[in-house]
Design a protein around this ligand. Structure first.
Ligand SMILES: NC(=O)c1ccc[n+]([C@@H]2O[C@H](COP(=O)([O-])OP(=O)(O)OC[C@H]3O[C@@H](n4cnc5c(N)ncnc54)[C@H](O)[C@@H]3O)[C@@H](O)[C@H]2O)c1
Length: 254
């Protein structure tokens, strides 16, 4: 299997897209280190992977806290003796607000978790990969990292930041055995999103050309591709997974 012998760190692995990626990577042979600010969520996913015949361990970690992030690589090494791959997925989404209405504390929290947290994780992972034979990283961006996202400026700023961080670091380490890419999903129907009213879900689905939301498994498949050797010539890429939710020009017909 593609990930036999590999150890992968998944942040935000206790729910949603991180959970789906962790489950898929484990099914393809990876040993998974689940890090999540909600330790119960991470422990639940680890137990599910074990029950599925895979290997996983869980650790509580708020990625916005550098001292907590510093424990991740040592935990992976203590658990499995190595770390080869990382999916920096953990993130938060703020309530919708016009920019002038954003509470600065909410702004700081979104930037702290999504952007600073991803940066702290990358620093730890890269430092390890540089001295242990290289590795591959996938960061979680979003359509909001590539396009405007009205009423979610902090979220869009954090995800645009992740895109810039991904591309810049990809160039820095391209000749040193480390590939760094990002995924940019559009609307994905996680368990949390499934709880939204049907009318809201329909409006969200209508934003894509396919007229539907994606599944966590459809994101996980691309994350696995970018972490695998099948994408050995891919670095600095931002892979859109959005059913055709692209900016478009339309001819105005009379
Ligand atoms: N669901 C979507 O439609 C969608 C689309 C594009 C991008 N994303 C991004 O995907 C990622 C995961 O989203 P999701 O929909 O699965 O969300 P989710 O809320 O279902 O899961 C997020 C997980 O991250 C954890 N987490 C939150 N803050 C954390 C922190 N500070 N440190 C460590 N763990 C933390 C949560 O406890 C949770 O387990 C986020 O970065 C999000 O911005 C989601």
């Amino acid at each position: 299997m593609a990930f036999d012998g590999k150890v992968v760190l998944v942040t935000g692995g206790g729910a949603g897209l991180g959970e789906a990626a962790a489950v898929l990577l484990a099914r393809r042979g990876a040993r998974v280190v689940l890090a999540d600010a909600n330790p119960d969520g991470a422990a639940r996913v680890a137990a599910a992977i074990l029950a599925d015949g895979g290997q996983a361990v869980a650790i509580g970690c708020d990625i916005s806290q550098p001292q907590q992030v510093a424990r991740l690589v040592p935990f992976a090494l203590a658990s499995y003796g190595r770390l080869d791959l990382a999916f920096n997925n953990a993130g938060v989404t703020p309530l919708p607000r016009d920019t002038d209405q954003i509470d600065p504390a909410d702004w700081r929290r979104v930037i702290d978790v999504n952007l600073n947290g991803t940066f702290y994780c990358m620093q730890a992972e890269i430092a390890h990969f540089l001295t242990h034979g290289g590795g591959a990283i996938v960061n979680m961006a979003s359509t909001a990292g590539l396009q405007a996202h009205a009423t979610r400026a902090a979220y869009a700023a954090s995800k645009h930041g992740i895109v810039g961080l991904t591309r810049s670091a990809a160039v820095e380490y391209a000749t040193r055995g480390i590939r760094i890419n990002a995924v940019a999903p559009g609307p994905i129907l996680t368990d949390k999103a499934a709880g939204l009213p049907a009318a809201v879900r329909a409006r969200i689905a209508a934003k894509t050309a396919m007229g539907r939301t994606g599944t966590p498994q459809e994101v996980a498949a691309i994350v696995a591709l970018l972490l695998s050797d099948d994408s050995s010539f891919v670095t600095g890429a931002v892979y859109e997974i959005n059913g055709g939710q692209i900016q478009q020009e339309r001819t105005v017909m009379e």
